[in-house]
Design a binder for this molecule. Structure first.
Ligand SMILES: NC(=O)c1ccc[n+]([C@@H]2O[C@H](COP(=O)([O-])OP(=O)(O)OC[C@H]3O[C@@H](n4cnc5c(N)ncnc54)[C@H](OP(=O)(O)O)[C@@H]3O)[C@@H](O)[C@H]2O)c1
Length: 243
């Protein structure tokens, strides 16, 4: 029988940065990773590939835009493990056009449904299971595009990339994360925000310059923080980011 010291859920882990976060965390002794995927088959395929590498993983169907799917995932984790130690809110979409055209209400709604309401509903639904953990860790996979400071500076980073719906969603996600950091500070939870940087994945048609391995590193560090680790921070591999 395998000893499980940490039960970890990574949402949107069937591919891209989420898959890599799952893979890296699974290399930690005693870590068991739930490969969150909105599509059951894609989740099983990703989990099977990692199992063949000898990693302790299993697929968990969770569509973060669907409350019934989230609730079913909570019940599965509750009945199998009785707790959740680490939640990585990684599932995300980038739906703005690359042309700079203003985004429609529909684009804003779809983007917020996953990136903000999805992360919020998932985190809230798992609070009772995270409260059962001796050392809860929550990581929000956000973006440097959510930094108000960068965009307020005409010379700031990535100012030429419009993506208003995506930017607003990640700025909102950062605030969401801070509400959880503050709410569970006294209980010792570590709730932090990670920017993967510009990573070559499907979300940007593989225009990124970083690999998924590099994009996952900061999230893995934040997921495995010790008792003396930080909470309520926004960072990337290179260090802290401005809000
Ligand atoms: N790549 C970058 O340069 C970059 C930079 C900054 C931040 N990020 C953030 O990093 C995270 C991962 O993105 P990625 O680059 O790895 O993109 P990706 O390869 O497109 O992966 C996105 C993942 O999110 C999942 N997803 C989308 N909607 C979902 C929903 N309703 N419920 C559950 N899962 C859902 C996707 O599932 P399907 O396969 O079913 O679509 C996929 O597994 C996102 O939050 C993104 O905003 C990425």
């Amino acid at each position: 029988m395998i000893f499980i010291s940490k039960v970890v859920l990574v949402t949107g882990a069937n591919k891209g940065i989420g898959l890599e976060i799952a893979k890296q965390l699974a290399s930690y002794e005693g870590y068991h990773i739930l490969i969150g995927s909105r599509d059951a088959e894609r989740g099983e395929q990703a989990a099977e590939a990692l199992k063949k590498e000898g990693l302790s993983v299993e697929a968990l169907t969770i569509d973060v835009a669907d409350d019934r799917s989230i609730e079913a995932a909570v019940q599965t984790v509750k009945s199998k493990f009785g707790r959740l130690d680490v939640l990585i809110n990684n599932a995300g979409v980038l739906l703005d056009t690359f042309t700079g055209a203003p985004s429609s209400r529909a684009i804003f709604e779809q983007t917020f449904s996953v990136n903000v309401f999805g992360a919020a509903s998932t985190t809230e639904a798992f609070v009772p299971l995270l409260e059962k953990s001796a050392a809860a860790r929550v990581v929000f996979v956000s973006s440097g595009l959510g930094s108000l400071t960068f965009l307020a500076d005409p010379e700031g980073r990535s100012v030429s990339f419009p993506a208003p719906a995506y930017r607003c969603s990640k700025a909102a996600m950062n605030m969401l994360a801070l509400t959880y950091a503050q709410r569970f500070r006294a209980q010792g939870w570590k709730v932090n925000i990670h920017n993967p940087g510009l990573v070559a994945t499907d979300i940007n048609n593989h225009m990124g310059t970083r690999t998924a391995e590099e994009g996952a590193m900061g999230a893995v560090r934040l997921a495995t923080l010790g008792e003396d680790g930080e909470t309520g921070t926004f960072s990337e591999n290179e260090g802290p980011l401005p809000w």
